[in-house]
Design a protein around this ligand. Structure first.
Ligand SMILES: Nc1nc2c(ncn2[C@@H]2O[C@H](COP(=O)(O)OP(=O)(O)OP(=O)(O)O)[C@@H](O)[C@H]2O)c(=O)[nH]1
Ligand SMILES: [Mg+2]
Length: 158
C-alpha cells in the first residue's frame, strides 16, 4: 500500500489511524516510513511517503511493488489544488499503476474552510468514481472520520 500526496496533507495521520498510533505525535516525514498492519486478516505493508517535493522521484521506485494507492489531499488548502492535480495526473499516467486502485482521501473535512468533495472533484478534474478503480472519500484523519469507509472500499478492490 503506497500513500502519497503533497506535504502536510495528512498522510502520516491517516497511517497513524490505520496503525492505531496516537495522531498527536505525527511529524513531517523524511524520505518515507514503513509500517505493517493487519487489516481484515490481510498483512498490509504501508509505505508512507514524504510529500516534500524533493522526494517525489522516490515514489516511483515503489510503484512496481504497489497493490493499492492512497492519495491524500488537504481540502482546506485550495492554493495547492493545482499542484495536487499535477501530482495525481502523474499517478494516473504511470504504466506500473494502470491496474492499481486509487483511493482519494479528501482530508481535513473537520475544518470549516475545507472545500466540499464536489468542489474538489471539479477543481482537480477527478475521474468519476466508477472509472479505473478510483474512489473519492471525504475524511478527517485527525478525528478518524471516513477512514474506515475508504479502507473498506480499497480492501474490496484488491
Ligand atoms: N484539522 C486537521 N488537521 C489534520 C488532519 N490530518 C492531518 N492534519 C494535520 O496536518 C499536519 C500534517 O499532517 P501529516 O500527517 O504529518 O501530513 P503528511 O502528509 O504526512 O506530511 P509530510 O510527511 O510532510 O508529507 C499535522 O499538523 C496534522 O495534525 C485533519 O483531518 N484535520
Ligand atoms: Mg508524513
Amino acid at each position: 500500500l503506497l500513500i502519497v500526496g503533497l506535504s502536510n496533507s495528512g498522510k502520516s495521520t491517516v497511517v497513524a489511524r490505520l496503525t492505531k498510533e496516537p495522531v498527536e505525535e505525527v511529524v513531517p516525514t523524511v524520505g518515507f516510513a514503513m509500517e505493517s498492519v493487519k487489516m481484515e486478516g490481510l498483512s498490509v505493508t504501508i509505505f508512507d511517503m514524504s510529500g516534500n517535493n524533493r522526494y517525489h522521484e522516490l515514489w516511483k521506485l515503489y510503484y512496481k511493488d504497489t497493490t493499492a494507492v492512497i492519495f491524500v489531499l488537504d481540502a482546506a488548502d485550495p492554493a495547492r489544488f493545482p499542484e495536487a492535480e499535477t501530482v495525481l495526473q502523474e499517478l494516473f499516467k504511470a504504466d506500473l499503476l494502470k491496474k492499481v486502485p486509487i483511493l482519494f482521501f479528501c482530508n481535513k473535512m473537520d475544518l470549516e474552510t475545507a472545500a466540499r468533495p464536489a468542489e474538489v472533484a471539479a477543481a482537480l478534474h477527478l475521474p468519476s468514481a466508477s472509472s479505473r478503480g478510483f474512489q473519492l472519500q471525504s475524511c478527517s484523519a485527525l478525528r478518524g472520520d471516513g477512514i474506515k469507509e475508504g479502507m473498506q472500499w480499497l480492501l474490496d478492490q484488491v
